[in-house]
Design a protein around this ligand. Structure first.
Ligand code: ATP
Length: 301
């Protein structure tokens, strides 16, 4: 079963048609970058996955269940951090577990049990802060942190709920170039955990959709790039997926070899951002056939 299955999804705001027959299947452990011209409907698509904007037609299922309202199965991190200023990093990260697993009467009237559970939550928060490289700052408040640190906390905060899909909506858009690169490397480290899990026949823990305006970033952090665009034959009825291909895999500790994606970046610009591919928009929607071919070759068939 796919972690996310979008089937013939269309969305309109009143008379304005934004998304047109979008189909997408995302499996556990994929890190997918979603790119497209400004205003094409990327955020609308994320909102449909989040469950805040159910589709006008078609369906969105996460873990086999229709997403009709927000649930802990889908987490989201936005460009601007949304941490609680009065909580430390670890308290911020643990906050979702507190809401999910306890109630006010439980905390008031069963204090010893709540104390024990709280210690467990903080331990889990610490483990996640370690993963995002922020363990040393676990007792700092958001006002004492840089923008990059706050985004790391926000990502840990989303991950602690173990969502089936994590949505990152321009998560590094407000950061300077060097910090942005550090956070990209952090994502590659999380991806390495997926690779290890697959090798050990475990379910890969992180399934991510990242919306970004930066094509270099899309190709660097993701293993799959999806282009949403209104530049296709039925574009008057909204944007659809006009590009879906594997992206090169980078390792966080190896030098960043830009030559790996120069050609694919040109292909993306042509297929997603140029109006010329109006007729042939299926040409680059080849992820699953390329994926199967790789699997067959890998098996030596
Ligand atoms: N709540 C709304 N009501 C009416 N129209 C909306 C609403 N939200 C978005 N739109 C319109 O829908 C279209 C798609 O918007 P959306 O924000 O999903 O695009 P986007 O690809 O995320 O844009 P950007 O890349 O600029 O962030 C835009 O034309 C926008 O003006």
């Amino acid at each position: 079963m796919a972690n996310l299955e979008i089937d013939h999804l269309s969305h309109a705001y009143g008379p304005k048609k934004v998304l047109n027959d979008v189909n997408l299947r995302v499996e556990a452990g994929q890190v997918l970058a979603l790119v497209g011209p400004s205003g094409c409907g990327k955020s609308t698509l994320l909102r449909a996955v989040l469950g805040t904007h159910p589709p006008t037609s078609g369906s969105v299922c996460v873990g086999g269940k229709p997403m009709l309202r927000p649930s802990r199965d889908v987490g989201i991190v936005y460009q601007h951090y949304s941490l609680f200023d009065f909580l430390t990093a670890r308290q911020n990260v643990a906050f979702g577990l507190k809401l999910d697993q306890t109630s006010t009467p439980f905390r008031l009237f069963n204090y010893p049990a709540w104390r024990k559970l709280r210690a467990e939550h903080l331990e889990q928060a610490d483990a996640l802060l370690k993963k995002v490289g922020l363990y040393a700052a676990r007792d700092q408040y958001p006002s004492q942190m840089s923008g990059g640190m706050r985004q790391r906390v926000a990502i840990a905060q989303a991950l602690i709920m173990q969502p089936r899909v994590l949505l990152l909506d321009e998560p590094f858009g407000a950061l300077d170039e060097a910090t942005r690169e550090e956070l990209q490397l952090m994502l590659l480290r999380l991806y390495e955990e997926n690779v290890r899990a697959r090798a050990e026949h475990r379910e890969p823990p992180y399934t991510v959709i990242i919306v970004t305006h930066e094509l270099n970033e899309a190709l660097f952090v993701a293993d799959r790039v999806v282009g949403l665009s209104q530049y296709h034959a039925d574009g008057a009825n909204g944007a659809t997926i006009v590009y879906d291909r594997p992206a090169p895999i980078f390792k966080p500790d190896e030098p960043k070899d830009l030559s790996k994606f120069v050609k694919q970046k040109e292909e993306l610009i042509e297929a997603v951002f140029s109006e010329r591919h109006l007729k042939d928009h299926r040409k680059y929607v080849t992820f699953w056939s390329e994926h199967e071919k790789t699997a067959v070759e890998g098996a030596g068939v």
